[in-house]
Ligand binder design. Structure first.
Ligand code: SIN
Length: 363
């Protein structure tokens, strides 16, 4: 599943227990602040029931005590791993990634992961787009070139073809050229396309229209470094003697009001293998429900660097992300801000964003 805007948590849906929790935590703005000239303020929400693995690990490290229902997982992993008594197959690894690793995966998520032949949500309208992050940095605009040959299929990203979809071609131009072309052609700034980037898919490509993997689509293998990381992180959840083979990954990009509605990830063949899910950027609330949407979900914070594993029974549990926090007091990204101090573009993006990379064995 991929991040969508606020409407993903539709207001007219059946009020299941999962839906009620989504509504409880989603971002609303204070009524008063909307009408005033002041910046809109997020409505206060009661976070007292949200499980906080950061304080859990702090007290565990001090006195080896855990709150009821949280269990330590014994494994060879070099950091504490926790499980939930009532949710077998769910694992939480607080601070699994170092700050350097977090920065590295933020960079990759914005520069190399959206590169063709990897697909993004923009493919459906514009075809493959190369170097979106660079184009945004350089203030370029994507312009529809109506004179270009039509009827081309998705090229999978050859150099000759900057973008084509719908039988039309789209190219990046500098702003002044784009402005003159814009009189007759459609155009959109790369900065807006970057902001509207919702997902990219690595390795075996997930086809959102069919909600399944399309193994015939052109694809690259998951990058080795991501593959190695996923294998290492998957180990606490792996059946004894078996190996995890990362074959596909979905990268979700969340802006301030974006949410990920309750869903199951059920298109992979072997559910005994975990989904390895990494959080980068602004803090979020994750809801872990049961096998029915009627089961009340457990809410927990996900911070930059945390990893979650869902295997076995947990693969059958509804889950989603109803909220990300982009305000200074709650985002908890000061460590990223100091690392990105000379990299303004990453800094600007991550200050109001969250990225989730979830890696799967598909076949
Ligand atoms: C997912 O469930 O697909 C992603 C969860 C997350 O964003 O942490």
């Amino acid at each position: 599943m991929y991040a969508t805007n606020n409407n993903a948590v539709a207001d007219d849906a059946e009020p299941t227990a999962f839906r009620k929790a989504e509504k409880k935590y989603k971002l609303y703005y204070d009524q008063d602040s909307k009408s005033s000239k002041k910046k809109k303020q997020p409505k206060q929400v009661d976070l007292s029931e949200v499980l906080d693995f950061k304080s859990i690990i702090d007290s565990y490290n001090q006195n080896a005590q855990l709150p009821p229902g949280i269990v330590p997982v014994s494994c060879d992993f070099d950091r504490p791993v926790f499980g939930l008594e009532k949710q077998p197959g769910f694992y939480f690894i607080p601070g699994a990634l170092s700050v350097e690793e977090q920065c590295q995966w933020v960079r990759e998520s914005l520069t190399s992961f959206p590169q063709p032949p990897n697909r993004t949500n923009h493919n459906a309208i514009y075809g493959p787009i190369e170097d979106l992050f660079v184009a945004a940095k350089e203030g370029r605009m994507l312009v529809e070139d109506e004179d270009a040959p039509t009827g081309l299929d998705d090229c999978g990203g050859s150099n000759a073809c900057i973008g084509h979809g719908d039988g039309r071609r789209w190219r990046f131009y500098n702003e002044d050229i784009a402005r003159s072309k814009a009189k007759t052609s459609k155009s959109i700034p790369a900065t807006i396309l970057l902001r509207k980037l919702r997902w990219s898919t690595l390795g075996l490509q997930f086809d959102w229209s069919k909600r399944n993997y399309n193994v015939s689509l052109p694809h690259n293998k998951i990058p080795d470094a991501l593959c190695d990381l996923a294998k290492k992180l998957a180990s606490p959840a792996m059946p004894v003697g078996e190996e995890f083979w990362p074959e596909g990954a979905i990268v979700n990009y969340f802006g301030p009001a974006d949410t990920l509605g309750g869903h199951l990830d059920d298109m992979e063949v072997d559910w005994s293998k975990p989904i390895v899910s990494l959080s980068l950027g602004c803090k979020a609330i994750f809801l872990l429900g049961g096998k029915s949407r009627e089961d009340p979900p457990l809410a927990m914070f996900l911070r930059s660097g945390d990893a979650v594993l869902m295997a076995g029974e947990a693969r059958e549990c509804f889950h989603g992300v109803p909220r990300i926090f982009t305000d200074k007091g709650n985002a908890e990204i000061a460590h990223l801000e100091s690392h990105f101090v000379d990299e303004d573009d990453f800094l600007e993006y991550i200050r109001t964003s969250r990225i989730n990379i979830n890696i799967r064995q598909v076949l």
